[in-house]
Design a protein. Structure first.
Length: 183
């Protein structure tokens, strides 16, 4: 007779545990730096060093990249990257749009969906947590194909407005996921 008890609960982080968030960010930043270098006629390394030189000290304690969390803000804080014309400003906006789209790519690591199904079929509960805001996390999960029947709970940071919890609107599959999970 075994004293081994069945696993009843598995809790997993999302970013870089079941999905490659830093890889997506890194690829998006690489592509954006190449585009910025081409736009300004400077080397990519020069652009990166210029951006890093203007990172506020308040950002230097965070995990993850110092530049590329908010590329628009990074560029705005870097005097040499101030757009010289309305045309250049439009090109910058296109770079920011493509960067935002690229960094938001979300895919589960290979085998994660099958593993979740195995966990669930064993009778165990599967809960996800993250330090991301709800309005960012729920759409990413929905985009990755995560549905409410795959998870038993989701712990996220709430979106805040003026110090109060604020539920930002989400649409489509993200709204379905949020509604199915409840508060």
């Amino acid at each position: 007779m075994s004293d081994k008890k069945p696993i009843s609960l598995i809790v997993s982080d999302i970013d870089n545990t079941i999905a490659d968030k830093f890889g997506a960010w890194g690829n998006a930043l690489d592509a954006a730096l190449d585009k910025l270098a081409a736009l300004y006629g400077r080397s990519r390394d020069d652009i990166a060093q210029d951006l890093l030189a203007h990172v506020p000290d308040s950002m230097k304690h965070i995990s993850g990249p110092y530049i590329g969390k908010d590329l628009r803000s990074d560029v705005a804080m870097t005097p040499s990257l101030k757009p010289a014309s309305p045309e250049m400003e439009k090109k910058l906006e296109k770079i920011f749009h493509e960067w935002d789209k690229d960094k938001s790519k979300a895919e589960l690591y290979e085998g994660v969906a099958a593993t979740i199904n195995k966990i669930k079929s064993s009778g165990a509960k599967f809960v996800l947590y993250t330090d991301s805001r709800e309005s960012v996390c729920v759409p990413r999960l929905a985009k990755m194909g995560v549905t409410a029947d795959m998870i038993d709970g989701l712990y996220v940071l709430p979106d805040l407005k003026d110090g109060q919890i604020s539920r930002k609107p989400v649409k489509g599959k993200a709204e379905e996921l949020r509604n199915a999970l409840g508060d």
